[in-house]
Write a protein that binds this ligand. Structure first.
Ligand SMILES: Cc1cc2nc3c(=O)[nH]c(=O)nc-3n(C[C@H](O)[C@H](O)[C@H](O)COP(=O)(O)OP(=O)(O)OC[C@H]3O[C@@H](n4cnc5c(N)ncnc54)[C@H](O)[C@@H]3O)c2cc1C
Length: 492
């Protein structure tokens, strides 16, 4: 099959571009090595839509952060993705930090961030009474927000499918070659030609343009065809998620003054009403190490106490770790590869990559057009995607829905009040869930206090029924994560 554009990597960057390209009459394919979208950095991060006061003025980090932030409210409303503009507070822990806050304020103003303000300790106490009383001031950024990061990534990819794109999962790109129109392999890659991307499963696709959005592996993917231009290394961050009992401890996202190692430990409500505390920052070289450690979590607990000592870590319901993709340079790598005509690198997209994704996607379309991609508007582009959220409906709406479809009257996940109807919807959607965690990422059963202890087996049953497959073959998450080891008396 020959495509106009092949995007390698179904994280938030690849998926945002996939949707954006749906606005044009193009054949686009989104290629992902894992068995679902949003399984890289885009699933395990702080999920903050940064205001943009932090990245150095004049960088792509600053430009796309601020532009991306402005696109969020409408994008999330169109795609039915949970988002709240709760604002951010960057606090000064000591007098020295006040100087730093002033620098951040000035940098933010230069970056074009709206409504920034520096406030004194009394105002901080009024805004956030559960913070340490010793905090001596704060930068207030009202345009900061929180989002469901894997919900957004999944919704973007789904929107691309609704608008005619194709997604290939379980397809790790392991070879890229370029051919001329007579089918001869090109050695001079600056010449126009057709790319062939071959997967580890032996299949291949052909495409006129390639976008490398492979996250922490974007250096390896670039080197499958081009001369090495950059490297990307992982920096791990570990987190606590706390029960909703703790969710109202703070209203805004609370940051420390950023240091050389990044934005420091934050305390934030999540968009679903939990409390998030983390991350730390550990440099390493293992791009597959998502383990949490006693040391990393102890650091998070200890450091977060500088912000507030009222977090009750006994209410922790889950720990997780994410890997930041650190580029060898200081900025995002967003470039048409000078050595390979038709290759666009969106590489080393570290934080604020989630915030920047919608703006990077728009800019990428311009870069592809500059490289010769014909853009003819798709008159049938559908910007919307809807999702039923039973727990958020009024009583009258719930009654009406249950009357139409009784599966919305059966609660499967007690903690999050998720109905069977929502789970079935998550499985039957375009790009529907195939694993228990795939269902969780789309509609949240298993995200609550019991972490799937009660609803997990019932989700498994619904998946088996809807996919017309045996329960033994079903996975919790990535390939190989079987849940049932053998047949039970009941399943024999
Ligand atoms: C701890 C942490 C905290 C963060 N906090 C924030 C935040 O609060 N706000 C913010 O704006 N940003 C934040 N970020 C940054 C943000 O998460 C990333 O910038 C963003 O998710 C990057 O998306 P991506 O699509 O480039 O990468 P990914 O999501 O990693 O996607 C890349 C995809 O490529 C696939 N892939 C790799 N190689 C191949 C191959 N050969 N063939 C096929 N597929 C391949 C991978 O499986 C993966 O799915 C944070 C990141 C981390 C790790």
């Amino acid at each position: 099959m020959t495509y106009d554009v092949a995007i390698v990597g179904a994280g938030v960057i690849g998926s945002a571009l996939f949707r954006e390209l749906g606005k044009f009459n193009l054949k686009t394919v989104l290629i992902e090595k894992e068995n679902d979208v949003a399984l890289g950095s885009s699933r395990a991060n702080s999920a903050i839509v940064h205001a943009g006061y932090d990245p150095p003025n004049g960088t792509m980090l600053a430009r796309f952060n601020v532009e991306g932030n402005r696109l969020y409210p409408k994008l999330c409303a169109d795609l039915s993705v949970p988002f709240r503009q709760n604002g951010s507070l960057i606090v000064a822990l000591c007098e020295e930090d006040l100087v730093h806050l002033r620098e951040l304020y000035e940098n933010g103003v230069k970056n074009g961030v709206d409504a920034l303000e520096i406030v004194g300790p009394e105002a901080v106490r009024q805004m956030e009474p559960n913070l340490q009383p010793t905090i001596c001031g704060a930068l207030v950024a009202p345009t900061g927000g929180i989002v469901g990061s894997y919900e957004l990534t999944t919704a973007l990819a789904e929107s691309g499918v609704i608008n005619g794109g194709e997604v290939l999962l379980n397809s790790e790109v392991t070879r890229i070659e370029k051919f001329n129109k007579d089918g001869e392999k090109l050695n001079d890659l600056t010449r126009k030609g057709l790319f062939r991307l071959t997967f580890s499963n032996g299949r291949h696709v052909d495409a006129r343009f390639i976008v490398n959005a492979a996250g922490i592996y974007s250096d390896s993917v670039q080197q499958l065809i081009g001369k090495p231009r950059f490297s990307v290394t992982p920096r791990k961050g570990e987190y606590y998620i706390l029960d909703k009992r703790q969710g109202a401890l703070v209203d805004r996202t609370i940051f420390m003054c950023p240091s050389k190692l990044g934005k420091g430990v934050l305390i934030s409500p999540t968009v679903h009403g939990n409390l998030l505390v983390g991350p730390d920052a550990q440099d390493g070289d293992d791009k597959s190490d998502f383990s949490t450690t006693q040391q990393g979590l102890a650091f998070v607990r200890k450091t977060s106490a500088l912000l507030s000592d009222k977090v009750d870590f006994r209410d922790s319901i889950r720990n997780f770790a994410g890997l930041r993709a650190l580029p060898s340079g200081k900025d995002f790598i967003i470039e048409l590869d000078p050595d390979v005509d038709g290759l666009l690198n969106l590489a080393g997209i570290k934080s604020p990559g989630l915030t920047s994704a919608p703006a990077i996607a728009k800019h990428s379309v311009e870069l592809l057009a500059n490289a010769g991609l014909d853009l003819i508007e798709n008159p049938r582009f559908n910007p919307y995607r809807r999702q039923t959220r039973f727990a958020e409906m009024s009583d009258a709406e719930k009654t009406e829905l249950v009357r139409k479809d009784s599966s919305f009257g059966r609660i499967i996940c007690r903690c999050e009040q998720i109905t069977e109807g929502e789970i079935v919807e998550a499985i039957r959607r375009p790009l529907g869930a195939k694993t228990v965690d795939g269902v969780k990422r789309r509609c949240r059963p298993g995200s609550g206090r019991c972490q799937g202890g009660f609803c997990g087996p019932r989700v498994l049953e619904i998946l088996a029924r809807e996919l017309a497959t045996s329960r033994e073959g079903l996975l919790k998450d990535k390939n190989g994560s079987y849940i049932l080891a053998g047949k039970t008396k009941e399943t024999e």
